[in-house]
Ligand binder design. Structure first.
Ligand code: SF4
Ligand code: SF4
Length: 230
């Protein structure tokens, strides 16, 4: 049996698996799982888990990201507010490609003190979007890791790998990733959610993370030294 360790936080939540771009270095264009927005139930159940880890004292930042463009979710503003309410002062992060950012998104991001990473897949759109958000008072960072710290999604896409080979924090720190359909993954690499470790309908506190088949081809190093823990 591979070592397992308890999930200690919901590190990422995928609001949607729908995207408005088709980047060649991303698994999204060839992904076969359902392309849809997270339901009310999935959001509610995810927040139940997040609250559990907040109460337990192990929840860190929450990143609203995934294999899809989060701002496309029609209830984006309400979901951001709900996460802010549950996580209190913890860091709340959004990854967006900036395509389709509207004023109501910007107001919501500002009101909820969200740190925004704008991925420069389409710089002619993303750079002006980043500027608008900065001018509104939002903290914005630009992301071009797909060029200078690139990865091939554990062999799932044809792209160069320039990202540093280092210990996997997902496994090492017990980070869980919730997909749009409520499945919970050991990490962001399982784009197709082919090897889930649970579902948000499971009882909070019962999820355990483990190595998955993709780990063998990943640029990160699974912390194999982990041992069964209580
Ligand atoms: S990298 Fe981001 S913007 Fe590009 S296809 Fe993937 S999810 Fe969409
Ligand atoms: S594939 Fe394995 S080593 Fe790579 S990020 Fe995921 S859990 Fe970590």
């Amino acid at each position: 049996m591979p070592p397992t360790t308890p999930i200690r936080e919901i590190h990422e939540f995928e609001l949607t698996s729908i995207c408005n771009l088709a980047c060649v270095y991303c698994p999204h264009p060839t992904m076969t799982r359902e392309k849809a927005h997270a339901s009310f139930e999935v959001v509610e159940q995810t927040l139940r888990h997040v609250k559990h880890y907040c109460d337990q004292g192990t929840q860190g930042e929450v990143s609203l990201t995934g294999i899809g463009e989060a701002i496309l979710h029609p209830q984006f503003d309400d979901i951001v507010s709900a996460f802010r309410m549950v996580i209190g002062p913890r860091k709340l992060v959004l990854s967006t490609n900036g395509v389709g950012i509207e004023d109501h998104h910007i107001e919501s991001l500002l009101r909820n003190q969200v740190l925004v990473f704008v991925s420069l897949h389409r710089p002619e759109v993303a750079a002006p979007a980043a500027l608008r958000m900065r001018q509104a008072g939002i903290r914005v960072e630009e992301n071009h890791k797909f060029v200078d710290s690139a990865l091939n999604w554990a062999g799932q896409v044809k792209w160069h790998v320039s990202a540093q080979r280092k210990r996997c924090d997902y496994l090492g720190l017990g980070w869980g990733v919730v997909r749009q359909d409520g499945s919970v993954n050991a990490c962001c690499m399982d784009a197709g959610s082919l090897d889930p470790i649970g579902h948000v309908r499971d009882e909070p506190g019962t999820l355990r993370t483990r190595t998955i088949s993709l780990c063998q081809a990943c640029h990160l190093v699974p912390p194999y030294e982990l041992r069964e823990s209580a």
